[in-house]
Design a protein around this ligand. Structure first.
Ligand code: NDP
Length: 326
C-alpha cells in the first residue's frame, strides 16, 4: 500500500483525499518511482479543488511534477536507485501523478535529475521554472543576445515570471519586470530585474503598433498584455507566450508580425519534446542560484497538508513555490 492524494468523482461529487492505495492499482508504465518530492502548481490546485476541469480521468492521483528514485525498471535507460524527475506529460491529468509515495510512469517521460540539483530543489523549480527555461531558450534560439536590448518579463512576481527574471538576469540580459505588485520591487530586484513597470500600462487595449521598447519578451499573462507586448517589441524580436493570467484571448492585429517581423513562440511544457526538456534543465542546473531558489521557494509541506495549501494557493495567500516532501 502507498499514500496518495486521490481525486474521485462519484455521482457528480468531486472529492480529493489522502488515501491508501494498493500498489497493484498503479497505472501501466515501465518504471516504478519512489516519489520523494513533488510540488503544488496552480494547475494542481485547480485539479485538487475541482475548480477547473484539469482532471480528465477518475480516479486520479494529483500532481503534475515529481522527483524521486527508481525502484523498478523494465527500461534499459534507468536502473533502480537512479534519481529522476518528471514534469507534465499529462501526469495528474490523464495518468496518475506525483502527489503520492509511488508512481508508475513511462521511461520516455523521465529525466535524470541534474547532478547539482537536489530532488527538493528540482521541485522548487517545478513546471513553473522549467517553463521559464523553455521561454528563455526561445529567446536565445531566436538569436536575441543581451546586446540586442532589454527583455520584458510579464507576471514577474509569479512562478514563471520569477524564474524567467532570474535566469535572464543571470545570462546578462537587462530585464524589465512588469508587475501589479510594486510592493515586491525589492524581491524583483534581488532576482535581477533592472527596471520595473506597472502591469496596468500593458493590460488595457493599445494600438496595433507602438513605440519599440524591448528586444524580446516572456509573457505569462496573455490577453491585452500579450497584444501590447507584441506591438512594442523591436523589429525582428521574439515574444514567448507561456500563460493566460489576464486571459486566454489575444486581441491583437497582424501588424507587429508583417511590419516588424516579430516572432511569437508558443511554450507548451506538457508535451515539449525530450531534447528541449534536457536543454531547459541543463540551463536551470547551470544558472539557478541556490540562494535565489531558496527565496522563490516559500514553503516545504508534508503530503497531508497539500489539500489545505491548494485552497490557500487559489486564494492568493501564498507567494513563491511550495515543495511537497513526500
Ligand atoms: P502565478 O499565479 O504564480 O503567476 C501569475 C502572475 O501573473 C501573477 O503573479 C501576477 O504577477 C500576474 N497576474 C495575475 N493576474 C493578472 C492579471 N489579471 N493581469 C495581469 N497580470 C496578472 O502563475 P505561474 O507563474 O505559475 O503561471 C503563469 C501562467 O503560465 C499561468 O497562466 C499558467 O497557467 C501558465 N503556465 C503555462 C505553462 C505552459 O506550459 N505554457 C506551464 C506553467 C504555467 P504580478 O503580481 O507580478 O503582476
Amino acid at each position: 500500500m502507498f499514500k496518495a492524494l486521490l481525486i474521485t468523482q462519484n455521482d457528480g461529487q468531486y472529492r480529493a483525499a489522502l488515501t491508501d492505495i494498493d500498489e497493484a492499482q498503479l497505472p501501466e508504465g515501465d518504471v516504478l518511482v519512489q516519489v520523494t518530492h513533488s510540488t503544488l502548481n496552480y494547475k494542481d490546485a485547480l485539479a485538487i479543488t475541482g475548480l477547473s476541469p484539469v482532471v480528465r480521468r477518475f480516479p486520479m492521483v494529483a500532481g503534475i511534477d515529481l522527483a524521486g528514485t527508481v525502484l523498478e525498471s523494465a527500461s534499459d535507460a534507468f536502473q533502480p536507485g537512479d534519481a529522476v524527475l518528471l514534469n507534465g506529460w499529462g501526469i495528474g491529468e490523464t495518468h496518475w501523478g506525483g502527489l503520492a509515495e509511488k508512481a508508475r510512469v513511462k521511461s520516455e517521460w523521465l529525466l535524470p535529475l541534474p547532478h547539482n540539483i537536489s530532488a527538493a530543489q528540482a521541485m522548487a523549480v517545478g513546471t513553473a521554472g522549467y517553463t521559464a527555461a523553455l521561454a528563455v531558450l526561445a529567446v536565445q534560439d531566436h538569436g536575441i543576445t543581451p546586446a540586442h536590448g532589454p527583455v520584458l518579463v510579464t507576471g514577474a512576481n509569479g512562478g514563471v515570471g520569477s524564474f524567467a527574471t532570474a535566469l535572464l538576469a543571470k545570462l546578462g540580459y537587462h530585464v524589465i519586470a512588469s508587475t501589479g505588485r510594486p510592493s515586491e520591487q525589492d524581491y524583483l530586484r534581488t532576482l535581477g530585474a533592472r527596471d520595473i513597470i506597472d502591469r496596468a500600462e500593458l493590460g488595457v487595449p493599445g494600438k496595433p503598433l507602438m513605440k519599440e521598447r524591448w528586444a524580446a519578451a516572456v509573457d505569462s499573462v496573455g490577453s491585452h498584455t500579450l497584444a501590447n507586448v507584441c506591438a512594442s517589441t523591436y523589429t525582428h524580436g521574439v515574444v514567448a507566450a507561456c500563460g493566460l493570467a489576464q486571459g486566454m484571448d489575444f486581441p491583437a492585429t497582424v501588424a507587429p508580425f508583417i511590419l516588424r517581423g516579430i516572432a511569437l513562440q508558443g511554450i507548451d511544457s506538457v508535451t515539449c519534446p525530450m531534447p528541449q526538456r534536457r536543454r531547459a534543465w541543463q540551463l536551470l542546473a547551470e544558472h539557478t542560484d541556490p540562494a535565489l531558489l531558496a527565496r522563490i521557494s516559500s514553503a516545504e509541506i508534508p503530503l497531508a497538508d497539500a489539500l489545505e495549501y491548494a485552497g490557500k494557493l487559489l486564494k492568493g495567500e501564498i507567494r513563491g513555490r511550495v515543495v511537497v516532501k513526500i
